[in-house]
Design a protein around this ligand. Structure first.
Ligand SMILES: [Zn+2]
Length: 426
C-alpha cells in the first residue's frame, strides 16, 4: 500500500510540474519588414513630425534598439542578413559580376528553421528581391507576392487578415509581412499625401534632375512625401494590430519590426539609397514586443540586422546554427563589438564598420577612408583622424571569403534597367 501511495504522489507531482511550467504553447512571431525606413524619421527615435503613432505604440509596449545598423544599403543584402544571421560578405547576396545573386539554398533562414520546428509559415511581400528566385523567404506554407507593390500597404494587411481567417488559431505561426510604400516613388494616397505638405503628390513624387536636387524646396517636399508614406504605412499597421488583437492572434505573439535600409535626402549629396554607407542609409529601426519583454525598455549598444535570427531562435529556445555571425541581443552585447556593412553595387564598392561611437567608411576604389564619431557627430560632417584599429577590422571583414555559394541562376538576373528603375543606378 505504501508503494502505491508513493507512486500516486509522484505522478501528482509530475502532473503539477507540467501544468505549472512544462510544455507551454509556442510563441508565434510576426516579422514586420518596412522597406526603406530610416530610424530617424520615427517618433520613437526622436523625430518631431508625427509619422508613426502605431509604431510608437509598439515601441512603448516593448524594446527599442536605438542603434541598429543595416548590413547593406539596399534591399537584397539587408533582407538576406535579416533572414540568415550573416553579413553581406558571408551570404553574398548582392549585385556583382553583372547580376544580382540569390541565397545559397543550403543556408537556413528564419522561415526554414521555424518551419522545421513546427510553425506554420506565411509571407506577404511587395518586392521582387523577396521572391522565389532569390531564396531569402523560402520555406513558406503560404506565399503572396506583388513584385512592385509600392502602394500596397492596405491590400497587404487585408490579405494577411484574410489568410488568418483560414488557419487554425491554436497553431503557432511565423508570418512575414513586407511593405514597400516608403520606397520611391513617394505616392501616398489621400488624405495622407497632404499631411505634411499642402501641394501633396502634385508637387512631385520623384526627384528632379540631379542639378536641381540640392534646392531646399525640393528636399523639403520630397521629405514630406516620404514622411507621408511612412504615416500611411503606419495607419495600415494600426489596422493590422487591431485585427490581430480582435482575433486573439496578438496573444502570445512576438512582434519584430525592422527595415532593410534607410533613405537619403541629399545630406551627403545624394538621394534614395544604395549609393554610399552613411547613416541615412544604414541606421534602421529595430523594435521587439512580446511575452517576457519589458514594456518601454531600450538598448543603446550597437546591434545589427544579422542579430535578429540568433536573438529570435534563442528567445524561442531553438538552437542557433554554428555558422551564424550575429549574437543574441537579449543577452550581453559587447561594447566595442565591430558591426560591418558593405555596399557592392554596379560601379562602386564601399565597406564600413562601427565600434562604440566610432565609424570608419572605406571607399575601395579609389582607395580612401573616412572616420567619424557618431555620438558627437551623428550627421557625419566632421572628418576625424583615421581610427586605425577599426580600419584594420574593416579591411579584415572585406578579406573574409564568402561562406556560401550564392545562386547565379538565370531567374535571379535583374537587368540594369530594373536597377535603374529602382534608382540604384543612374
Ligand atoms: Zn529596400
Amino acid at each position: 500500500m505504501r508503494s502505491i501511495l508513493l507512486s500516486a504522489s509522484l505522478i501528482l507531482l509530475i502532473l503539477l510540474t507540467l501544468s505549472c511550467s512544462g510544455n507551454p504553447a509556442k510563441t508565434s512571431v510576426v516579422l514586420i519588414l518596412i522597406d526603406t525606413l530610416s530610424a530617424d524619421h520615427l517618433g520613437c527615435y526622436g523625430y518631431t513630425r508625427e509619422t508613426s503613432p502605431a509604431i510608437d505604440s509598439l515601441a512603448a509596449s516593448g524594446i527599442v534598439f536605438e542603434h541598429c545598423q543595416a548590413q547593406g544599403p539596399w534591399t537584397l543584402p539587408g533582407m538576406a542578413s535579416i533572414f540568415t544571421g550573416l553579413t553581406e560578405r558571408s551570404h553574398g547576396c548582392s549585385y556583382y559580376n553583372g547580376f544580382s545573386h540569390g541565397l545559397d539554398p543550403e543556408v537556413p533562414t528564419i522561415t526554414s528553421v521555424l518551419k522545421d520546428n513546427g510553425y506554420s509559415t506565411a509571407a506577404l511581400v511587395n518586392v521582387g528581391y523577396l521572391g522565389e528566385p532569390f531564396g531569402i523567404t523560402r520555406g513558406n506554407d503560404y506565399f503572396w507576392i506583388n513584385e512592385d507593390g509600392s502602394d500596397n500597404a492596405d491590400v497587404t494587411v487585408d490579405s494577411l487578415l484574410s489568410y488568418f481567417e483560414h488557419t487554425d488559431p491554436g497553431e503557432p505561426f511565423f508570418v512575414t509581412i513586407h511593405f514597400f510604400d516608403a520606397h520611391l516613388p513617394y505616392e501616398p494616397p489621400a488624405p495622407w499625401d497632404t499631411l505634411f505638405q499642402l501641394s501633396g503628390t502634385s508637387g512631385g513624387t520623384e526627384w528632379p534632375a540631379m542639378e536641381y536636387c540640392s534646392n531646399q524646396a525640393v528636399i523639403q517636399h520630397m521629405t514630406a512625401m516620404y514622411d507621408s508614406e511612412i504615416r500611411w504605412t503606419d495607419s495600415q499597421l494600426s489596422r493590422l494590430f487591431a485585427g490581430l488583437r480582435q482575433t486573439g492572434r496578438a496573444d502570445n505573439t512576438l512582434f519584430i519590426l525592422v527595415a532593410d535600409h534607410g533613405e537619403e535626402f541629399m545630406e551627403h549629396g545624394d538621394w534614395g539609397h544604395a549609393h554610399n554607407l552613411y547613416q541615412q542609409a544604414l541606421h534602421i529601426p529595430l523594435i521587439m514586443s512580446g511575452p517576457g519583454i519589458e514594456p518601454g525598455s531600450s538598448v543603446s549598444r550597437n546591434v545589427g540586422q544579422y542579430d535578429i535570427l540568433p536573438t529570435l531562435l534563442t528567445y524561442l529556445n531553438i538552437p542557433v546554427p554554428d555558422h551564424v555571425e550575429g549574437i543574441d541581443i537579449f543577452g550581453v552585447i559587447p561594447e566595442n563589438r565591430v558591426i560591418p556593412s558593405s555596399g557592392v553595387m554596379v560601379d562602386t564598392v564601399s565597406v564600413a564598420g562601427i565600434s562604440g561611437d566610432s565609424k570608419v567608411i572605406w571607399f575601395v576604389e579609389p582607395d580612401s577612408s573616412e572616420t567619424f564619431n557618431l555620438a558627437e557627430d551623428p550627421g557625419e560632417t566632421t572628418l576625424l583622424p583615421t581610427d586605425s584599429l577599426l580600419f584594420e577590422e574593416v579591411l579584415s571583414y572585406w578579406a573574409w571569403p564568402c561562406i556560401c555559394t550564392p545562386t547565379e541562376n538565370e531567374a535571379a538576373l535583374i537587368d540594369r534597367h530594373r536597377l535603374e528603375a529602382l534608382g540604384y543606378i543612374r
